[in-house]
Design a binder for this molecule. Sequence first.
Ligand code: ADP
Ligand code: MG
Length: 416
Amino acid sequence: MSLIQIRNLRKEYSPDVIPLKSVNADIEAGEVISIIGPSGTGKSTLLRCINRLETPTSGQIIVDGTDVCAPGADLAKLRRIMGMVFQSFNLFPHKMAVENIMLPQQSLLGRSAREAYEEAMKQLERVGLADKARQYPDELSGGQKQRVAIARALAMHPQILLFDEPTSALDPTMVSEVLSVIRDLAGTGLTMLLVTHEMRLARHVSDCVFFMQDGEIYEEGSPEQIFENPLREGTRNFIFRIRSWTYTLSPASRDFHGMTGSLEKFCKDQFLGRRQAMNCQLAVEELAVAFLLPAIESAGKGAFNLTLFAGEEGTERKLMIDCSDFPEGKKLLEDLLKNIPAERRSSKGSPAAQDAESAKSSKAAETSKAKANAMEAAESSRAKADSMEAASAAILENVLRRLPDEGEDTVVFRIL
Ligand code: ADP
Ligand code: MG
């Protein structure tokens, strides 16, 4: 029997606030489940029902053979086998880190102060904070506070650990220290339910991903399925949205600084390598400045959307340009593309394999090489054609390859 079985779980706050309509799931011991989805779709409510911080309206949650929703259910036992890590740490501000970890062990498990202290130190060591044992929460960074909160949960030796957006209250520079602690816990036999908007974490640590929408688990599957080949439209839309960047080009506001800044952030968020990030920026800038903006202007259009979609590591980074309301743009891009080699499916392997290979080699060297190539190509074409357009085309040739159109009105490239 599964460690956690959820049957027809419903939670209503009021007749028109029903965060959970009907949730059904089976979670095996040792599994790591990531729960993703738009905000307000009941992810936190689901976790809070599972550990009975909330009382479900109806349905069953059977944990280790016991229905924790039944009247008189042993919630103390539930709390002993299940821990939770919150977005906001929930540490006692007037207690030192080590005391925060000792307290629940003494009150819930009846451990002596000495036992609780030894366990607390062991767990602090495990999250890399043994030297901070005597600091108060105020003296710790957000990332350190969250690691103390994780150590506190681990000191209880739970079978199940729930995480509710454990990194979303953190300064971006501190996210990775917390992610690496969570990553280390996966595969240790601990059953984890992880509500997260860190898609890389969900992609790389989970055995299974639940995509929640409208109060139910709308689609569940392996990370590969959910992130690469979602079966249902709602999942596809969500995944596309979180992995894409759209910029509205408008001749009226030639804010390339803003465009570059937001694109840089997107590349960083999507963990593009340096070479790809640079190629991506070159591609977008050249297409926008040298080709699309003048065309938008001469067609008398007000604005135009450029969309970039980042596939997962090792697969494609695609630049998609939807020309449905801009046929002149499509024609222009097609003319431009005549000069750019088509994607080759070479014997060396798929683009994915090539990406993986190039990711291995020195990024810094590649960056400068790519830049040098692009510049060299640009210089030589400039000399030949003495035209800005030819120079831009030469740069583009170095940074992208055409892919088959995905719809009648789109033009799609792979960023090299
Ligand atoms: P998520 O974690 O996916 O963002 P939540 O589970 O926090 O979503 O919330 C789902 C819905 O339930 C939201 O519309 C939220 O406003 C509502 N909600 C959550 N907690 C309460 C509460 N204690 N009382 C009333 N409504 C609530
Ligand atoms: Mg939430």
